[in-house]
Design a protein around this ligand. Structure first.
Ligand SMILES: Cc1ncc(COP(=O)(O)O)c(C=O)c1O
Length: 439
């Protein structure tokens, strides 16, 4: 465990006190729903999207009904108020992740953030952004390094960028326990490596990457680091400045916030030199019929009408998490993870994909059943009220590396209870028998 990569969740799995958890759950009315008739919902799919607490919905409602306007363009009162709210939201989000507000570029999510960055680098590789942007330009034979653990969002944009620029793509492998094999670092990261894009935590194995070691290896060759923090941003304390990465991408809807907004974080010095990836209104200074000059960051990267209501909802979500305490959220989810890992360890024919203990591990627990297809397992679990994800979770290579095609994945949120997780562990134990396996 390195000091700056992640908190040592192994040290302190601790459930939130019952009364506090009950109060939290009251903020999420959807959790009282019944599904498939009269079966109580047990929501274990927060890795796909988290539920939203009442204060988030309230903040969005208040903005939509009291102050809604397009930002950074109107001179009327509503436009000024909306602009103030939008920039306050940016400051709140920046504060939560330990960055300066100008280092947070609003996008529609993690995928859009990574594509924006890849598009900007593609532009720089074709001469966009002038002299200042030359540091980003990729040449044939340069190297982009990713990992086998990536979600397709942090893999396919780099494949495309490599194809467009003639750069080569290389990757760090995962070991049998789903952790990145850092013994490969010095062979995969060559002196011509220019970009190292890696996940903070796998959305399949739950393994949390050793950010400090990976960033140090990238720095030795002067490569830029890009962190996919989609899975950690709402579940671990994440201080992007302390992590030392150059860029990071994450989504509001995985941090108790709304769909449709996320961020690209970039160190200011880099954003100032990076050319825009998208072009249009809002991001320009002077436009003639043949050319345009661009605003400073972050505005330069936010072409078009901004997701204002969503940004405000996101800031409210992070304020909600901050009030509970990100370290306590992580400890609660670690305790739930510990309970499920223990339950799975006792099950025959149920293979865990990922680390078997809590060290550098998130509450993302995927399994493969001997003899049962995950879609069948998912349907059965759904009939019992469990909302879990089945399939490849947009991460085919890591499944292949672990010798399976797909899996059944449970992921936790701060609102989950130990009783829910114990019920799920018990249900997992009935899946194979239900399908006539292992008798
Ligand atoms: C690790 C990881 N990266 C990227 C994404 C993509 O996020 P979004 O769909 O919000 O763009 C996800 C979503 O599941 C993810 O888990």
């Amino acid at each position: 465990m390195t000091a700056s990569s992640a908190p040592d969740v192994a040290a302190a799995p601790a459930l939130l006190p019952e009364a506090e958890l009950r109060a939290i759950r009251e903020d999420f009315p959807i959790l009282t729903r019944q599904v498939r008739g009269a079966t109580p919902l047990i929501y274990l799919d927060s890795g796909a999207t988290t539920q939203r607490p009442a204060p988030v919905l309230r903040a969005m409602h208040e903005f939509a009904t009291g102050r809604n306007a397009a930002v950074h363009r109107g001179a009327h009162a509503l436009a000024e108020e909306a602009t103030e709210d939008y920039e306050q939201a940016r400051a709140g989000i920046a504060g939560y992740y330990g960055t300066a507000p100008e280092e947070i570029v609003f996008t529609s999510g993690t995928t859009a953030a990574i594509n924006l960055l890849a598009s900007s680098i593609s532009g720089a590789s074709q001469g966009g952004g002038g002299q200042a942007a030359r540091r980003f330009a990729l040449l044939p034979g340069d190297r982009i390094v990713v990992t086998q653990a990536e979600h397709h969002s942090n893999l396919v944009p780099w494949q495309e960028l490599a194809a467009r620029t003639g750069a080569e793509l290389a990757w760090l492998r995962v070991g049998p326990d789903g952790r990145l094999r850092l013994d490969d670092l010095d062979t995969v990261i060559t002196p011509r490596t220019r970009i190292l894009a890696f996940t903070h935590a796998s959305n399949v194995t739950g393994a949390v990457s050793d950010v400090a070691t990976i960033v140090a290896a990238a720095r030795r060759v002067g490569a830029l680091t890009v962190l996919d923090a989609a899975q950690t941003a709402g579940h671990l304390p994440v201080n992007l400045s302390a992590l030392g990465v150059d860029f990071a991408a994450f989504s509001a809807h995985k941090t108790l916030g709304p769909h449709g907004v996320g961020a690209l974080y970039g160190r200011l010095e880099l954003l100032e030199a990076l050319p825009p990836g998208f072009f249009g209104g809002s991001m320009v200074e002077i436009v003639t019929m043949t050319e345009a000059t661009f605003q400073p960051p972050p505005t330069r990267f936010e072409a078009g009408t901004q997701p204002v209501t969503e940004a405000i909802g996101w800031a409210a979500a992070l304020a909600y998490l901050a009030e509970i305490g990100p370290d306590r959220v992580a400890a609660h989810e670690a305790a739930l993870t510990q309970a499920l890992l223990r339950a799975i360890a006792g099950l025959e024919g149920v293979r865990l994909l990922g680390p078997t203990d809590l060290t550098d591990r998130l509450g993302c627990v995927a399994v493969a059943f001997d003899g049962v297809h995950p879609h069948d397992a998912g349907q059965y679990l759904d009939s019992l009220g469990f909302a879990v994800r089945v399939g490849h979770h947009c991460a085919q290579p890591v499944h292949r590396a672990l010798g399976v095609h797909t899996s059944t994945r449970a992921t936790f949120g701060v609102y989950n209870t130990l009783a829910e997780v114990e019920a799920y562990g018990a249900a997992l134990g009935t899946v194979r028998a239900y399908f006539g396996e292992g008798r």
